[in-house]
Write a protein that binds this ligand. Sequence first.
Ligand code: APR
Length: 264
Amino acid sequence: MEELISRAAADLARSKYAVALTGAGMSTESGIPDFRGPNGVWTKDPSAERRAYLAYDKYLSNPSAYWEERLSTPSVLGNLGDYLPNPGHYALAQMESFGVLKTVITQNVDNLHQTSGSQHVLDYHGNAFKLRCPACLSRYTLDDYDLAELRQARHLPPLCNNCGGPLKPDTVHFGEPIPPDVAEHSLEEAGLCDVMLVCGTSAVVYPFAELPRLARLRAKVVIIEVNAEPTPLTIEGISSYIIKGKTGEILPRICEQVERIKKG
Ligand code: APR
């Protein structure tokens, strides 16, 4: 493992444009369960995943019923406001502060990359602390609306202050298009990078899992996986190499060596 950590640090230190792609495996060491790992939310309760596949159609067909159900059902991830970043998040934020990491494209909705100090974060599957208007792409924080009061007054769904359309949580549901602004920016980043650090994702959900495949079309791109287990990216040879283990342990060790190399 030490040799691979040194190799990753060298690849990142000499990169011109490194980006990180992250998944739920970044946040398990903060206490947030992942989805498909041994203790994953979908692994332990497949019916919860089936229900999650119905959410977007519910929003489209009856936004007020969707919101009524949403506000009366606890999130499968618990109260995301209770969790803190772990050393893996801070390592990515530090590598951004060295000017090595340009962007984090995350599937996680927990806002922990932002909380740990990462400035350039693309919330590919949205952000649990925001609301979004699918019609005009306006985004709001949860504080901008008193959802409990709207529910009490039977005035759900919350309506967009810009266009009047029904708002939804910024979190992207299965079957829902990735917000075009985020999708476009993510494609640009995947097209610009010469090193891609893929951390804590099973890489089975599309279109996110397409991003490393797009980067691989450019032979010179180094794609580094940091994950507890091999993924289709490993098996299909999309990634250049995998460092198997915990993101919260491996990323700080990579970051430490990158800092040493950059400081000469
Ligand atoms: N360190 C490294 N890898 C880890 C750790 C850890 N501490 N904890 C878990 N993992 C690995 C798991 O073994 C698994 O391979 O991270 C991966 C997490 O995969 P998933 O649970 O499938 O999560 P993710 O890839 O983010 O899922 C993508 O699916 O349900 C949707 O919208 C949801 O964004 C999510 C998307």
